[in-house]
Design a protein. Structure first.
Length: 131
């Protein structure tokens, strides 16, 4: 088909019209994404409707679902924080794991092998692993 021919309608996600980043699919019609203001949104019906989950410090950069309800999320402003949810990203389930100074954690991926759940790269040439 022609590029864009199968795209759905554009859906307004962010309530403040800021950039939206970090989309992630958790399975069973559940999706998460976040915006540049740090607000995390969740859907259970392919973005026909959405709910606002929480707002975290820093602008959304990347999010990845590692399985078993574990979602990891990073920001690229403020302290360049790193968060985790052990409950499918639901409200009240996000915990700050910390940050690595001025270094940005980026390009999070699920990577299930020998106990490793995921990995990410940093802007100063490091690899961060999740077990």
């Amino acid at each position: 088909g022609t590029d864009g021919a199968v795209w759905g309608s554009a859906i307004a996600i962010s309530d403040t019209s800021v950039a939206v980043w970090a989309p992630e699919y958790l399975g069973n019609g559940v999706g998460l994404l976040a915006d540049e203001a740090g607000t995390i949104y969740r859907t259970t019906d392919n973005w026909v409707t959405k709910s606002t989950i929480t707002t975290l410090d820093g602008a959304a950069d990347d999010m990845v679902y590692l399985g078993n309800g574990i979602v990891v999320y990073s920001t690229y402003t403020s302290l360049k924080n790193f968060y985790v949810s052990y409950n499918y990203g639901l409200h009240g389930s996000w915990s700050l794991l910390g940050n690595i100074g001025s270094n940005q954690i980026d390009h999070l991926i699920a990577y299930s092998h020998d106990g490793l759940l995921g990995l990410a790269t940093t802007e100063n040439g490091k690899v961060v692993t999740f077990y």
